[in-house]
Design a binder for this molecule. Structure first.
Ligand code: MTE
Length: 333
């Protein structure tokens, strides 16, 4: 009997929320990147009323003209559940990117001039074809498509975001993971001279590191984002290249990636190191497992009054639940 793994099937509603378009390379001036993380951390530095830092303006390869408008490419205004998209302004001015600031509203001004070119992404470790990709080549080699996903932060707020990107698995297949490769570790850029949060005292060990099990990384929902609302990513959202794992808490969606390493041991992520009793490796959105310091049963959708119920796996249960068959999601939080 023909067996198709569930990760190879794209359910129709997800399929319909994606729109493919080829990315060409042009040239246009664009800024750079930034983000933030989890407030209320023990020992978290007080939010700084950050002064914008003057940085050289970078040039980023343009997404094609078809993407350069402030509406989602195909005119979609909701996700597959019918929830409205958050605005470009909300998505780019309420950010977690601790390399710049722990204050969500300071990330955009602090990251404005961050240099996103040249940008290389090294893919290494347990692979047969290790490779360093220049960001421009990523835009050329992988078909970029719009993917509208909910982002649910562990802090219990959420947004609906029209990303532009492609599946993590497409890139991993190019480097041919070895049979022993069981995990994928992602590392963010280390640039204290441009990222004020990396130069002061911090409870975070830099660079920011995240990880996925390889089958999670190969799930079609795991996305490398290069754009948002049809434009290149803003520095505040992780330009030029970040991960988006919509069924997991937002801290797994690591920004400003410069290195991807295939390993046989479970990576220890930044938040696991910072507070192991609060943040686990899996970090799947789960309304039944509370954070030790707050409930995860409900969330605040940015731009809405009141709260809404949090959905298991952030509403992507059909696509990802099989990855965790037989696992105790309370123990493996
Ligand atoms: N990646 C890096 N490198 N540094 C960070 O501080 N914060 C994470 C994640 N990726 C973070 C990061 C957290 S806590 C969240 S909720 C999301 O980015 C926020 O993404 P957004 O600002 O694009 O909404």
């Amino acid at each position: 009997m023909l067996k198709i793994r569930s990760s190879e099937i794209t359910p129709e509603h997800i399929y319909l929320s994606r729109r493919k378009f080829m990315i060409g390379i042009g040239s246009a001036a664009v800024g750079a990147l930034a983000l933030a993380a989890c407030d209320g951390m023990p020992g978290a530095p007080a939010a700084s009323a950050a002064e914008p830092v003057e940085l050289a303006t970078a040039k980023l390869p343009d997404l094609p003209a078809v993407l350069n408008h402030s509406e989602p490419t195909a005119g979609a205004t909701t996700d597959e559940l019918g929830d409205g998209l958050n605005t470009f302004e909300q998505i780019t001015h309420y950010n977690n990117y601790y390399e710049f600031s722990v204050d969500k509203e300071s990330v955009a001004p602090l990251s404005q001039g961050f240099n996103t070119l040249p940008w290389n992404i090294e893919v290494t470790g347990l692979v047969n074809q290790p490779k360093t990709f220049a960001f421009e080549d990523i835009l050329k080699q992988f078909t970029q498509e719009e993917r509208i996903y909910r982002l649910r932060c562990v802090e219990a707020w959420s947004m609906v975001i029209p990303w532009v990107g492609f599946s993590v698995g497409d890139l991993l297949k190019q480097v041919e993971p070895k049979a022993e490769a069981k995990y994928v570790q992602f590392t963010s850029v280390m640039r204290p001279e441009e990222m004020p949060g990396q130069s002061g005292r911090s409870f975070i060990e830099w660079p920011y590191v995240e990880g996925l099990r390889i089958d999670e990384a190969m799930n079609p929902l795991a996305t490398f984002a290069t754009g948002m609302y049809g434009k290149p990513l803003e520095p505040a959202n992780g330009a030029p290249f970040r991960l988006v794992t919509p069924w997991k808490y937002g801290f797994k969606s690591i920004k400003g990636i410069v290195k991807i390493e295939l390993t046989d041991t479970m990576p220890e992520s930044t938040w696991m190191k910072a507070a192991p009793n609060e943040y686990g490796f899996y970090a799947n959105v789960n309304p039944e497992v509370n954070h030790p310091r707050w409930s995860q049963a409900t969330e605040r959708r940015i731009g809405e009054l009141g709260r809404r119920d949090t959905l298991k796996f952030n509403g992507y249960e059909e696509e990802v639940a099989s990855l965790y068959a037989g696992m105790d999601l309370r123990e493996n939080f």
